[in-house]
Design a protein around this ligand. Structure first.
Ligand code: DX5
Ligand code: ZN
Length: 223
């Protein structure tokens, strides 16, 4: 199980330091929540901040950009140039999903499609053979610290079956990433559903403990 710390609930005025804390705790994916104030009702950061982070953190961390932005097909190259290794785009935020997915791969990043809680699974299944990851949102995107929506179970299980079938037929393995309300109390259940990659924001960056101690509790839940 990959744990991808979401920096949204980190101290954004000390972003590189908080990211470094996560990397030092043994986490090598960083989930970067890019919000444009249009696709979602919140605004975070974009390519200039990501470029600075890459400079501060060096080449090793996997920068996993969750693009909650309109028209990602017009701007994906800026995120790759800024140092992102992986881009996930929302079904509703691009006009031509297949074209956007293949263009991102050709530009040199791995690629994922994001399904909101209200988005049917079909769009991801149509392009599954082109994907590295499907991101299933278990909250409505825009904010950290929301409660997990349990009805995503069916979508995750269906996706897991479809990926198994694709791999059995010689196709590409695809990660299932879940984002929103993932904590120590539900992460083992998610693994049982077929999830391979969990985004954790407020479960890692909070007032209770430091990242390493919060991570130890999550690892214990996965024992
Ligand atoms: C929500 C973001 C998430 C969020 C997760 O739009 O995509 O990555 O920061 O935070 P928690 O784990 O607190 O739900
Ligand atoms: Zn996210």
């Amino acid at each position: 199980m990959i744990i991808a710390p979401s920096v949204l609930t980190a101290n954004l005025s000390a972003l590189a330091g908080d990211c470094r804390e996560a990397l030092d705790a043994g986490l090598d994916w960083l989930h970067l929540d890019v919000m444009d104030g249009n696709f979602v009702p919140n605004l975070t950061f974009g390519p200039p901040v990501i470029r600075s982070l890459r400079k501060a953190l060096g080449p090793d961390a996997v920068f996993d950009a969750h693009l909650m932005i309109e028209n990602a097909e017009d701007s994906y190259q800026q995120y790759i140039d800024a140092g992102c290794n992986h881009l996930s785009i929302h079904v509703e935020a691009v006009t031509h999903l297949h074209r956007a997915v293949t263009a991102i791969r050709e530009a040199g990043a791995t690629v994922g499609v994001v399904l909101n809680p209200g988005t049917p699974i079909e769009a991801a299944l149509e392009v599954l053979s082109e994907l590295d990851l499907v991101l299933v949102m278990s909250v409505n995107p825009g904010f950290g610290g929301q409660s997990f929506i349990p009805s995503v179970e069916k979508k995750i299980r269906t996706l897991s079956e479809a990926i198994k079938n694709q791999v059995a037929a010689g196709g590409r393995p695809v990660q299932i990433q879940v984002d929103g309300g993932v904590k120590a109390h539900n992460i083992a259940m998610l693994r049982e559903w077929g999830v391979t990659n969990c985004v954790v924001g407020s479960g890692l960056f909070n007032q209770n403990a430091n990242v390493a101690d919060n991570l130890a509790i999550i690892h214990e839940a996965l024992q």
